[in-house]
Structure formats: C-alpha cells, structure tokens
Ligand binder design. Structure first.
Ligand SMILES: Cc1cc2nc3c(=O)[nH]c(=O)nc-3n(C[C@H](O)[C@H](O)[C@H](O)COP(=O)(O)OP(=O)(O)OC[C@H]3O[C@@H](n4cnc5c(N)ncnc54)[C@H](O)[C@@H]3O)c2cc1C
Length: 411
C-alpha cells in the first residue's frame, strides 16, 4: 500500500490527508503541537473565515504572489468544494458581507473538529507532540522522515505542510523552508505580510487608539502611487494597523526592503470632492463667524485629531472663524484630503497574518504540487511562495493546494 506522510496538522496538512485517504493510501500526520490546527483556531478572530464565496475567477485579483501557479489547485478544489465538504460533514457554513464564509456556529473549533473526525473515521494516523526533524531521500526520491524522538518513519510520498513563520507560538516556525533548502530546493526571500506598518511621525503615535472608517489610503514611492484603497484603519503606538493597512502591508514589503522611501496620505473625506468640501466649510464659517477653529474642526474630524490638525496647520488655538483666511481654508482642505505620514517599515513576523515568500513555485509542478527535483515530495499551503489578501482567500489556498497535493501523492 502507498504510504503517505504529512508534516503539519494545519489547514493544508489536514485537507491533504482528506484527499489522500480517499484514494486508499496509508496516511500519517506528524504535528509538533499537542493538538491539530492551532493557527486555524485563531483565524477570523476565532470564527475562522474559511473561504471566500466569490466566483473562483475573482480569486486571482486577491492573490498577491504567484496567482498563475495556483490555477490548477484552485480549479481542482474550489471554494464551493470547501463549503460542501464541511456541510456534508455536519458543519453548516454561512456567508457574510464581502462573501466571507464562516461556520454557522462562529467557532473555528468546529472546523477543526470536522476535519479531525473525518480523518479519524477514515483511518488516518495522527501523531501529536512529534516534530519532524529532517527529510530522508535516496537518489533524489523521498524515503522517509527523521522525528524528534530519534525514530525514523519510512514512506513512499511525503507532503510538507508546515506553514509559514508568522505567529510562531502556533507551531509554524518555518521548518519547511529548512527542509527544502537542505534538499537543494530554492526558497524565495521571506517577509511578514498582511502586517501593520510603522510610521515616523510622533503625531501618528499621539492618535493611538483612534480608528477611522470609510477613509482612503494612498501610498507613494516618490511620486508614484503604489497602493490605493478604501476602508478601515487604526492608529497604534508604533504606526498604523487595521484591514486597509494590512492589505497595504502585503503590497509594499519588497519596496521597503529595496530601500524605497514610502509616504502615505489618508483622505479623510473621500466621498467629498475638494469643491464640495470647500462649500461645506464656507457654509459652516458663515453660520458660525464668532466661534473658534475648534468648533469648525469638531464637525469635520474625530475629537482626537483636532489638536494634531491645529499643530500641523500652525493655527492659533483660539483662531476665530471670522479671521479664517482663504489660505487657512486651502491648507485645511489639503490636510483633510491628504493627511500624511512616512512609512518606516513593516511590523515583524509575530504580528503578520501570513508569510510572503517561501518554496519557489518554479520548483513545484502546479498540476500536482510535487517537487520537480525530489520525486515523491509535495508541498502544500503557506510554506509555498503564495499569499493573498484578507477575506478567506489564504485558507482557501491552503485547502486547495492541500487537496491537490494529497490527491496527487496518493495516486
Ligand atoms: C491571527 C491570524 C488570523 C488569520 N485569519 C485568517 C482568516 O480568517 N482567513 C484566512 O483565510 N486566513 C487567515 N489567516 C491565515 C491562515 O491562518 C493561514 O493561511 C493558514 O493557517 C495556512 O495553513 P497551513 O496549513 O499552510 O499552515 P499552518 O496552519 O500554519 O499549519 C502548519 C502546521 O505545521 C506544524 N509544523 C510545523 N513544522 C513542523 C514540524 N517540523 N513537524 C511537525 N509539525 C510541524 C505546525 O505546528 C502547524 O500546526 C490568519 C492567520 C493569523 C495568524
């Protein structure tokens, strides 16, 4: 009987076991942790946004790295297949805003339990608290793994599903990259992704705790726009975070590494043109001539931003609106439409939702997930140089590549 070993009991490892066991292989999962799916447990704030129910063709716009490589995997095990798998196995799924799919129970543990039950029922051997230390090959073909217990386990096929290297407390410590390098397989540079950004200016830190909705964030490399999107963000003790910023973090890591100077601007009033904003401000001033600048700003800004604006604009705190000049008005509108800050870096792996970079996709056959160099060796999930935006896309990539690897390894 074909014996398949899977390293890693995360999303990709578990789904590859589902596929491998249905082809009558003997399947063993080695998981370093005391339980399966530790990272999956914290996904979607504990609710597990397991996939995105958009048309599968829309995935490619939401994949940041190597979308073409993922074509076969995504079409051979789609988002509909993922939802069907869980529903058929007693875990109903609901679709929320933005096509985000969650278990109806809102519990990520139900997703893990469903997978675990399925695997146990079908005879997959799950070995917990056991890390794989190295991969054993013979004449460019996989032959087994060496465990941290000192034992060796032989196999015909091996799937590396060890995840990335973010949130390392969940067990994803980047071992898969080491296994690949030891076998002469190229690993592209690793960087944190879907990650908050550090900012230079003290006034950004002064806004710590403030969150903004419906704003537009633009990032410039010199004068060139390298990112622009609309949504929610928040100020922190180091810079900025929130959904809009995390997505930006996926797009600019390489530029920062290359030493680019990145400046950002927040449009606090994206729904209003310069002219509409000007008309509104003129109306406010005309109706409240004897009030002070703070009164005008309180109608335009969250309270926490008022003093920051007064300082940046060099306004006298007690400036009366009847003294407000045309230049003052222009400066104010410009700042509302482009509140600036300088990006000094990404936060680290410990705060990154995902790792960018990984096993070089040119080393992997996209139709099977098998290594082109080592026969019988497969890769699945985040360990590969693939990553996507938030919205359930990353888990779908782990499910799809996992399923394809498991199916191919068991034929
Ligand atoms: C806070 C947070 C929230 C997230 N929320 C979402 C979300 O809602 N939706 C979404 O799509 N994505 C989300 N993600 C991303 C998602 O979790 C990952 O894309 C996904 O977990 C990758 O799956 P994987 O199986 O490749 O790796 P992992 O889930 O990291 O699993 C890898 C497993 O391998 C084990 N392992 C590693 N090395 C060894 C070894 N040597 N021996 C034995 N076992 C080993 C690890 O212990 C781990 O259990 C989130 C990530 C984080 C950090």
């Amino acid at each position: 009987m074909n014996k398949v070993i899977i390293i890693g009991g995360g999303v990709a490892g578990l789904m590859s076991a589902v596929a491998a066991i249905s082809n009558n292989s003997e399947v063993t999962i080695y998981e370093g942790n005391e339980k399966l799916g530790k990272k999956m447990y914290i996904t979607g704030k504990g609710r597990c946004n397991l996939t995105n129910a958009c048309d599968i063709s829309e995935y490619f716009d939401n994949i940041v790295s190597n979308d073409k490589f993922l074509y076969s995997a995504l079409y051979s095990f789609t988002n509909d297949d993922v939802i069907k798998f869980f529903e058929d196995n007693g875990c109903p799924i609901k679709i929320e805003r933005g096509n985000r799919a969650f278990p109806v129970s809102d519990k990520s543990s139900d997703i893990i339990k469903t997978l675990e039950k399925y695997l146990k029922r079908n005879g997959v051997k799950i070995v917990l608290n056991t890390r794989v230390e190295s991969v054993i090959t013979k004449e460019e073909k996989v032959s087994g793994v060496k465990l941290d217990t000192g034992n060796v386990d032989r196999c015909d096929r091996l799937i590396i599903a060890t995840g990335g290297k973010s949130y390392q407390a969940t067990g994803s410590t980047g071992d898969g990259y080491r296994f690949a390098k030891d076998l002469g397989i190229n690993v592209t540079p690793l960087r944190p992704s879907l990650v908050p950004l550090e900012a230079k200016e003290d006034y950004i830190r002064m806004l710590q705790g403030l969150s903004l909705r419906n704003v537009e964030l633009t990032i410039y490399n010199n004068k060139k726009t390298v990112y622009k999107d609309f949504g929610e963000m928040l100020f922190t003790h180091f810079g900025v975070s929130g959904p809009l910023v995390l997505s930006a973090g996926s797009r600019i890591g390489k530029l920062l590494e290359d030493g680019s100077n990145l400046n950002a601007a927040i449009d606090l009033k994206p729904a209003l043109s310069y002219k509409k904003l000007e008309d509104r401000i003129i109306r406010e001033i005309d109706a409240n001539k004897n009030k002070e600048i703070k009164y005008l700003l309180s109608g335009l800004l969250p309270a926490k931003m008022i003093n920051v604006f007064i300082d940046l604009l060099n306004f006298n705190k007690h400036l009366k609106l009847n003294e407000f000049t045309k230049n003052n008005r222009t400066d104010l509108i410009n700042l509302l439409k482009a509140f600036p800050f300088t990006i000094t870096g990404l936060r680290g792996f410990s705060e990154a939702i995902i790792t960018q970079g990984g096993i070089d996709v040119s080393e992997i056959n996209p139709s099977t997930m098998e290594s082109k160099k080592i026969k019988g060796l497969y890769f699945a999930g985040e360990v590969i140089d693939i990553d996507a935006l938030t919205g359930g896309y990353n888990l779908q990539l782990a499910f799809s590549t996992g399923h394809l690897a498991g199916e191919s390894a068991s034929i």
